[in-house]
Design a protein around this ligand. Sequence first.
Ligand SMILES: *Cc1c(COP(=O)(O)O)cnc(C)c1O
Length: 409
Amino acid sequence: MNFIQLRNNNLCIENISALKLTKKYQTPFYCYSLAQLKNNFLNFNSIFKNIKPIICFAVKSNSNLTLLRELRKIGSGADVVSIGELLKAIKAGINSKKIVFSGVGKTEEEIKKAIKKRILLINIESESEAILINKLSKNLSKKTSVGIRLNPNINGKTHKKISTGTKGEKFGLLYSDCINLCKKIEKMKNLKLEGLSVHIGSQIKNIKPFKDMLSRLDKVIKRTKINFKFIDLGGGMGISYLNKEKKLNLKKYSQLVQKFVKNKNVKIIFEPGRIIIADTGVLISKILYIKKSGSKKFIILDAGMNDLMRPSLYNVKHQIIPIKKSNKRFNGNIEFVGPICESSDKFLNQRGFSEIKEGDYVSLTHVGAYGMSLSSNYNVRPKVAEVMVTGSSHKLIRKRQSLENLVKD
Ligand SMILES: *Cc1c(COP(=O)(O)O)cnc(C)c1O
């Protein structure tokens, strides 16, 4: 279902036109559909209903507190990768027994907090980390539930900057190191080895890497003979950003996981980010200038790479649509760019667009994941506002950063 779409040539987020929102909020701003978010989460849940997984939303994809609260209300847990994300998940009311902590570089401060909060699993990524968690747990007189992250050496065939499961990557432990560390952890008195985890990358659209991943996990389970209580399969499910682009066949994935859990007494954990939240958000931006350059027209937006980094960081395309579509069309070459002083500050090249003029507004679509959360203050630009729409009402869920705050140090 699509809760963000053009209706009579007007972009609507649920029942509110984007144009109406531009009268109320200063552009650029992110806008989310709550119905879309709920729809995505519940849909994910229902596709995997036979295995009743614990769904730990990947907070790094979007850490807005209001959105986290909404996810918690419909049953979500959290996958966190820093103390900041951990504190936000807790503040959103997410039960600590539904929080997993991933990442190769957890600090002492972060580990101590996770131990004290008695979260579901701290996913260990190295022997040194295991030793440290054991020591800190001992100091705090706790026995800490941990998981171990396998690097299954699988190429997710995704963008190289978001691939995490191949031999050369820093994440997880290679097969034999993983087996050896399992044995060592089992001897550590203040650790309880309960989980085996894996996350092979992001935006994976083929089923094959997931299939291979499950068979590698099986190998580890057979070899170690450990009855892991939890198998954490990570996230990474690929979506379609552009029309007709291939996406992961989630039903097939669900069938594979059902087969995997058969005759095992394990609980599955997922850490989805993108698939839950990407298509819930748009970035609304104003056209500052239109500049002709040779045979091309630059459409200069008030949103830049600091507000939405994905195009310049990963070379990916986000569809851009006018929030009020004209019946007339411009047929030449156009390039949407931002105001930042970097040549990589560009969003999209395309041929033809609905006729637009300076002062009109456009929307960058599917930016709910890794949009706001990757934004920065580069060029001393304030972080933009976030707005949530539900039905016919809208509310500010994060204030635009004030200039005073921005210039104070
Ligand atoms: C980033 C990340 C995720 C979420 O990935 P998506 O592609 O957004 O689903 C899950 N788990 C870990 C460990 C991650 O680093």
